[in-house]
Design a protein. Sequence first.
Length: 171
Amino acid sequence: MRPGAGQARHVERRLERRAGAWFARLLLATSIGACSLLAGCSRGPSASTGARRASLQALGPASIVILPGERQPPYCLAFTAAEQGTVRQLTMAPANESIPCPAGEPLGGTEYRIPPGEGKVRVYVIFSDRKLDATPIGAQIRELGKGGSLSAMDLRAPGQVLLETLEFEPQ
């Protein structure tokens, strides 16, 4: 063994450990950044904390208003998916895009009537940081909403997208 070879190995091991720690920090920072960009990790309210992105208020046996919560993205779409499979778009704009949804004000400035014959419905409220075309979102809800479990990550939409799922049973 050469003189100083042990010391060289020691230095080499220290450099490997530093490189490993650096790589681990880089990997952690990249995964956190990617997660927040994909809207899979949002700092907004979650169902587990009891805070909701939106809420329903029944105005009658088959009429509701949807009230967006505080600190949500500025645009939204709303759809219902009935137990029987019927999917309806509630938010109808002339350009068939997302509409502005100020917090605490009824979505679209109107009440929505849910046909009692369709039974219990899931109301999907999709919040976004930009206007979204409602046609592909509706098709995705028709396709994915049948299973009952739908998340914002399932929707192929650009930008930050958040989803609130509510249930209503008309009388």
